[in-house]
Design a protein around this ligand. Structure first.
Ligand SMILES: Cc1cc2nc3c(=O)[nH]c(=O)nc-3n(C[C@H](O)[C@H](O)[C@H](O)COP(=O)(O)OP(=O)(O)OC[C@H]3O[C@@H](n4cnc5c(N)ncnc54)[C@H](O)[C@@H]3O)c2cc1C
Length: 529
């Protein structure tokens, strides 16, 4: 059943067996797993059924680390969460990603790929994907690489992309055991006096009324930025925030860097049609299977590298210009938002105008590069990298001094990358470009304008928020245990990519869903559902 929390009497108290906060990919998936149980479930969603600017702006915050997009541009605050806008590219993490790698500090999951495999298979149907098979042979996408090659085809599949808010709304509306509250913003978790378990979730609406939910078990599923925010804000009993006894909440923030590394200037006719179709002919939407190319595990171990993959994108010139413009556009859109809704003081307008002007000055070097690399606007294929970054405790979110209209401190994202990330990217580029002729592809790598830390200024981000409540068997090194339970809190669990100890190179949502389904099974067993 679906309700609007704005119609609840002020100070209402609601009760349930399970309270899930956040109705995005993870929250909706978990709620669906409980539909056939006799357990009472409440699903709290801060957004409305449709996009609302006021709700979305609750996501705005500061970014004082590496240059990042405005936080409200990197996720969606509405029923269905960010799946309203995601692209749907899916791939499980590699076995390699779960392993502890001596050259990557803080690497290693307390789970193996084999443990997650049955859950990945179940997650596939949630995302409306084909068979849970990522072997190039299954897809007929083998480009016939020499057995001695260190290159390897890495398949991705594409969800339609499933908009969870549309596809699963009816089921949740019909469910007798599930109450979904829209416009219901969790603003604080309260603990029992002994500090060992959650007593309630305090909620507010932008309408002004407040209420609280009391449940036996709580699952936070608000995405990789809002989960640490709520934990850090909830300080009544634990002064540093819930689960933050070792100062880990909000640390280890990771995202996937993307960049256009060059152009493919000629492609051999001997490459199988199937491989070309799954790479060079992909569309922007409804992508279908995608055959990326990366390094095999032996090579990555040998070279002590991070994971990464490459694929080919159409119209690289536009992509390059788009890269420069996307940040400029973001700044202009912020100005537009501010003027239209008068949500911020004029200082913010000048700040955004200044940033936008700075971005415009970067168009000149882009044009220079286009001429320098002799790329005509109609030219075919750009080579795009998608990379893993190493977990880094200094890359983090903290609470800012500023508050949102609900009175919650906003976030400040201090994204950092390490010299190891840069080194691994350079090595990946060198090895990949050198091996391309084996596949009958000739390439012209770009020389990039770089920022003060040596990264190309055209670097893009995946908008994948990972690592901020990392998983580890030992509370000194992780916020949640291998069952995604907050170490310090008996009845509090976390669903989403904030629990990833490492990011791998694959897009995160399929792994989020596999972990969410596994968590649902665990909580069902515990609640006796
Ligand atoms: C443009 C774009 C393209 C993407 N493409 C891909 C892709 O191709 N493949 C891929 O794997 N991933 C992709 N992603 C990432 C993907 O969308 C996320 O990994 C996924 O949606 C995360 O699921 P989630 O449930 O953890 O969070 P979300 O889907 O963001 O859901 C969180 C929910 O919590 C709600 N919420 C937040 N705070 C509160 C609060 N205080 N109280 C109550 N409710 C709250 C939000 O409104 C939202 O509904 C993309 C992201 C973007 C922005």
């Amino acid at each position: 059943m679906l309700f609007d929390a704005r119609t609840l009497p002020d100070q209402s108290v609601l009760q349930a067996d399970l309270c899930i906060v956040g109705a995005g990919a993870a929250g909706i998936t978990i709620a669906r797993e409980f539909l056939s149980t006799g357990l009472k479930v409440i699903l709290l969603e801060g957004g409305a059924a449709k996009f609302k600017h006021r709700n979305q702006m609750l996501y705005s915050g500061e970014t004082s680390g590496r240059s990042y997009l405005p936080l409200e541009f990197t996720r969606r605050r509405q029923f269905g969460g960010t799946t309203v806008t995601w692209s749907g590219r899916c791939r499980p993490l590699d076995e390699f990603d779960f392993s502890e790698r001596s050259w990557v500090t803080h690497s290693g999951w307390p789970l193996t790929k084999q443990t997650l495999d049955p859950y990945y298979a179940r997650a596939h149907s949630v995302c409306q994907l084909d068979a849970y098979d990522y072997s190039p042979a299954y897809w007929g996408s083998d480009p016939g690489l020499d057995p001695s090659s260190y290159l390897e085809v890495k398949m991705f599949q594409s969800s339609p992309p499933t908009n969870f808010g549309e596809v699963y709304r009816h089921e949740l509306e019909q469910a007798a055991n599930t109450r979904v509250f829209l416009n219901a913003n969790a603003v604080r978790l309260t603990l029992h006096a002994d500090g060992r378990s959650v007593a309630s979730v305090e909620c507010k609406t932008l309408h002004g009324n407040g209420f609280r939910v009391e449940a036996r078990v709580y699952i936070l599923a608000m995405g990789g930025l809002e989960i640490p925010r709520l934990l850090l804000i909830s300080r009544d009993v634990q002064p540093d925030g819930i689960g933050n006894g070792y100062g880990l909440v909000g640390r280890f923030f990771m995202d996937h860097p993307y960049l256009t590394a060059g152009v493919a200037t000629s492609i051999s006719a001997s490459l199988p049609q199937t491989f070309l179709k799954m790479n060079f002919e992909i569309k922007q939407k409804h992508l279908g299977p995608l055959a990326c190319v990366g390094l095999n595990e032996a090579k990555m171990r040998d070279e002590r590298m991070l994971n990464g993959c490459a694929y080919f994108v159409k119209r690289p010139v536009y992509k390059l210009i788009d890269t420069y413009f996307s940040r400029t556009m973001a700044d202009f859109m912020q100005i537009h938002d501010i003027l239209r809704h008068a949500t911020a003081p004029s200082a913010r307008i000048f700040q955004s105008l200044g940033k936008a002007a700075l971005q415009v000055t970067r168009i000149a070097p882009t044009i220079r590069r286009i001429i320098e690399h002799r790329i005509s606007p109609s030219y075919g294929w750009g080579i795009r990298f998608q990379l893993e970054v190493a977990p880094n405790p200094e890359s983090r979110v903290v609470l800012s001094e500023k508050r949102d209209p609900l009175g919650m401190p906003r976030l400040d994202l201090k994204w950092q990358m390490t010299p190891q990330d840069l080194q691994s990217y350079h090595r990946f580029e060198a090895l990949f470009i050198a091996a391309l002729p084996q596949m009958g592809i000739k390439a012209r790598p770009f020389t990039h304008d770089v920022d003060s830390s040596g990264w190309p200024v055209t670097l893009l981000i995946g908008k994948h928020h990972m690592g901020t409540t990392r998983m580890h068997g030992d509370p000194q090194y992780g916020v949640v245990d291998e069952n995604s339970r907050v170490h310090s809190t008996a009845n509090l669990f976390i669903a989403g990519s904030s629990v990833f100890p490492t990011s791998g190179m694959a897009n995160p949502t399929l792994t989020i869903l596999a972990l969410a389904i596994r968590l649902a099974d665990h909580v069902k067993a515990r609640l006796g559902g």
